[in-house]
Structure formats: structure tokens, C-alpha cells
Ligand binder design. Sequence first.
Ligand code: GLU
Length: 390
Amino acid sequence: MRISLKLSRIKPSATLAMNAKAQELKAQGVSVISLAVGEPDFPTPAHVKAAAVAALDADFTRYTPVPGIPELRDAVGGYFGRFYGVTPPREAVIVSNGGKQALFNLFTSLLNPGEEVLIPAPYWVSYPDMTILAGGVPVPVPTDPEDDFLVSVEALDKACSPNSRVLVLNSPSNPTGCCYTREQLDAIMEWAVSRNIFVISDEIYDQLVYAPSEPASCVGWWQKHPENVAVVNGLAKSFAMTGWRIGYCVAHPDLIKAQSKIQGQSTSNVCSFAQKGAVAALTGSYDCVAEMRAAFKRRRDLAMEVVSTWEGVRCPNPGGAFYLFPDVSARYNAATPDSTTLCTRILEEAKVALVPGAAFGDDRCVRFSYAVDDNTLLAALEAVGKVLKS
Ligand code: GLU
């Protein structure tokens, strides 16, 4: 089979691949715990499901406008108004098939061949591959666990070139869970905007931030510099709606039109009745989100308590999301010299699926998703701890 050269440079999504591997083993009867994929274990809140069911019953099943139904675009504007005091107008909002499609749209809309994308590492697995698919060049900017894996202006300055076009920010971060403070974010935004570098701020975990950390959005920077900033978010993580595929982007209206062109030629609208569910989520009560946030915080604390007893393992205490990204390189040896071999060993011996840090651009680490119930989490950590000690 002849596949395009462009695709030969793209890797399959490691997070999805690892999850598929765990599911495959489960299907064979092997009792595997998957801490591989980043997916809330809670059901979608009842009022959100009810709104989608009502829309189906009312035959709301036809094409909708490509950038989303007007009430959902307005609800997205209202979301930012409610939490961050900035209400983007309808023409500055597009609804996409998950945050993933919004990101893909942005890279495709912004990049010319050879233009560079600064990606603080560790990074979410899909940023570099999306950059390559869009004809750009990913430039990872390394960070360290001692600095909570947060990138500094100095490191960005060093990595920047005349070809730098885009910087991707992701706070809270997947895979580290670490969050930038308002001040840190502002310093980076100032740096980028003054160099005319476009910032894509992926804020998909903004509802999952644990006190004393505080959510910090770039939507205020978008308001001040609409030609330099886009904010991406979605409902998958905050409302346990991964399968619904509801993401959105706030950007300059011209950039929204560009993204709409891509969607119009590829996927058309997001599922009609899913959009109605999304309106109910964004405009309804956030008590359900607060409950899930409290559960994730408790699990983070449980997991950190265990991981901090692992000798030689360094893991910053993450302020958000539902991942731990410990540096386990002190446990590497001749037989398990890297994160991939270690994760294979952990899967074989502990029957726990993790994602190797190499997939996120940091081979010293492995990623745990703690979006599972407390007992499963503790059992998985105990089993992994045994492998690491042996
Ligand atoms: N973003 C989640 C993760 O990192 C879901 C899987 C994916 O789309 O990569 O596990």
C-alpha cells in the first residue's frame, strides 16, 4: 500500500495506542489496570445527557452551521465571561470535534511550510505531529522536574529563531499536571506578543485546578491581542464528555473563518444533538464539575503520598489535570534503559498500563493518569512500586 510521505513522519497517538493495548489484554482475560489514557471515569452529568436526548427526540438531527449552533457559540462566550470576565462574541468562537480538531485547525490555519512551533517539553503527544501535518517544524523546549516542568522566558528566548511562528502553552499541563501562575503566564505572553509569536493556549484542564493553584486563562490576552492569541478548550475533561467530541476555540474572527473553512471541507458540523448537550453543560450548574474536581484532588493526594515514598523518583506535586509525571530514570538499568522498556515491564509484571515519557518528549519519566477510583489507583500504584523496587 502506498501511503503519502507526509504520513511516514507521523506517529500514532501513544496515549490512545497504550489504552488500546490495555483493552486488548483485558479482552484476552488478563486483569490489567489502565492508567494510560486521560479520560474521566465519571458518567456525563445527567442534565447534559437529558438535553441531548431531548434534542434527539425533537429531531434536532440535521446539519447545523459548520462553526456550531449560535446558542452554543454564545454559551462558550458566556463561559469565559463567567470564569474570566471576558465574553468573546459569537464570531470569535468556533465549535469543533474535540479540542483536538480545534488545535489541528489552528496549526493548519497558521503555519506556512518550514515555520517553527515552540513546544515546551514534556508536551501532549499530538502537538508535534499536528505541527508536522500542517507543514511546520516542532521545536521542543526542554524543562525540568525541579522547575515543575514549567518553561522559562530564558529557555524560550534560547529556542526562538526568526522562523518561530507559534508557541503552544498548556496549563494545567498534560502530561505533568503542573500549572503556571498568573504572573508566570503573563511574563510568557508578554514575551511572545512582543516578538509577534502567535500563542495557542490549550486550556482543556482549566476546570481541574486544585487550590492553592488557581486557574489562569489567556482569554484576557486574546482580548488585548486578538491577532496573536487563540484559546482552546472543550468539555471532555471538565464534564466527563470525552466521547461527545465537543471542543471550541476563541480566536480572531478571521482565524475562526479560516478554521470554519477547514471544517466545512472536512468534517462539517459537530454532532447536532451533542451540541445541545454542550449548551446545557456550559450554561447549567457547575456543581457536578466541583464534585469531580474534589474526587480528582483526593486521588492526586493519594497518589502523591505513595509516589513520594519511591526512592530516587522525583515528582512535582501537580496543581491540576489528572496526571502524575514522575522522573523514574534513577530506576533505569541495562535491561530497562528507558521509559518505553520500563512501561513494557510494568505492563507485563504489574499488569498496569502507563504511557512512556518518551511519547511526551521526556524519556526520564512515565505518565500515570489517576482518573480511576481510589482503590484501583492504590492497587495499581502498589503493583508499580513493587516493580520499581525490584
Ligand atoms: N488527551 C488524553 C490523553 O492524553 C486523551 C487521549 C488523546 O487524545 O491523546 O490521554
